[in-house]
Design a protein around this ligand. Structure first.
Ligand code: IPM
Ligand code: MN
Length: 365
């Protein structure tokens, strides 16, 4: 397979975790005889300070010409972000435009915690039970994020709104993705919504029910988003299988899932469109720990696994990366944020040491 990948390191811990992901990409490329080239491009707050734009034109060109994009987290500490005019802040000027540019409507956020690693979670081991194996699928280019907006502070200062809109086609395409994934994954789909209040949710649910007819083998449950938040902590294994969420609700519930796992550093993701997609960790750039070689690179390395799986259709490569990641933990190693009181010092890995162990496992297995 021949692929060219644009690499957007981003801000904060971005460059550090990206370096580890690139090491893993390199070893997988070699092991499976692929021809994969990479090309770095500036993106995010640092790009704004250096080039005057969070998503510079040159970066757009590099992304357009790539087969896929690996993106690190972006953003800086609050005080530094305030130095960037609202219109150029990375969320508004880089992340959402990247999603819109490639119409990456399907956001895959796996929430995986084998029962042997239950100690990562702040929840009691009996709550983690058999382990967590949830694939959260978040709609990523519609809803309130992309609806019409009026912002009081920029106009008359008396009124603001964010419009939440979904078209039939948008709901149908993400529902179909979710059911297809559910067919491969426990045949269980939980549809999350807020139909007791939102018109868009009632519309969404009626379409999910229609699409369900194409997939009669899948058991479908529907749950209100507030109840889903409660259940995710109270009894998370009931969601093992696939969860389908609209954009805003998915943003919130996937962060909560990171909390259930014990670290947002365990949340990789893939953002998939019809022709192109990109991968990114679900978390932010953690400026407080940047440059210290202590960030957990799992989310960025797991994103490489998702790139092989969801963007290139290469399961073997993806599985070898997942196996390596879990093998590091299975041997008792922890990144700093996952280490508990009983973790011996010599088992606590730096960012680079974690990446090295993943690479070594892939080379040897
Ligand atoms: C995420 C992030 C983004 C989102 C922000 C940075 C715009 O929180 O990918 O979850 O809200 O989608
Ligand atoms: Mn988020």
């Amino acid at each position: 397979m021949k692929k060219h990948i644009a690499v957007l390191e981003g801000d904060g811990i971005g460059p550090e975790i990206m370096a580890e992901a690139l090491k893993v990409l390199e070893v997988v490329t070699r092991k499976y005889n692929h021809d994969i080239t990479t090309e770095k491009a500036p993106f995010g707050a640092s790009a704004y300070f250096e080039f005057g734009a969070s998503f510079p034109e040159k970066t757009k060109e590099i992304c357009d010409n790539a087969d896929a994009i690996m993106k690190g987290p972006v953003g800086l500490a609050v005080e530094d972000m305030k130095k960037i005019p609202l219109e150029e802040r990375p969320e508004k000027a880089a992340i959402l435009p990247l999603r819109a540019r490639y119409n990456t409507y399907a956001n895959y956020r796996p929430v995986i915690l084998p029962k042997e690693l239950a100690d990562f979670s702040p929840l009691r081991p009996e709550i983690i039970g058999e382990g967590l194996d949830i694939l959260m699928i978040r709609e990523l280019v519609g809803g309130i994020y992309f609806g019409d907006k009026v912002e009081g502070v920029h106009t008359d200062d008396t009124y603001s709104h964010d419009n939440c809109a979904y078209s039939r086609a948008e709901v149908e395409q993400i529902a179909r993705i979710a059911f297809k994934e559910a067919m491969l994954h426990r045949k269980h789909l939980v549809n999350v919504h807020k139909a007791n209040v939102l018109a868009t949710s009632r519309f969404w649910n009626s379409i999910v029910d229609e699409v369900h007819k194409e997939f009669p083998e899948v058991t479908l449950d529907s749950v209100l988003v507030d109840n889903a938040a409660y259940q995710l902590v109270k009894n998370p294994t009931q969601f093992n299988g696939v969860m389908l969420l609209e954009n805003m609700q998915g943003d919130i519930i996937t962060d909560q899932a990171g909390g259930v796992l014990g670290s947002l550093g365990l949340m990789p993701s893939a953002c998939v469109g019809k022709d192109k997609g990109y991968v990114e960790p679900a978390h932010g750039s953690a400026p407080d720990i940047a440059g210290k070689n202590i960030a957990n690179p799992y989310s960025m390395i797991g994103s490489v696994a998702l790139m092989f799986d969801k963007l290139f259709g290469c399961k073997k490569e993806a599985n070898s990366i997942w196996a390596a990641l879990f093998n590091v933990f299975a041997k008792g190693f922890r990144t700093q944020e996952l280490a508990g009181k009983s973790t011996p010092k010599e088992k606590i890995l730096s960012t680079t040491a974690f990446g090295d162990m993943v690479v070594e496992y892939i080379e040897q297995n």
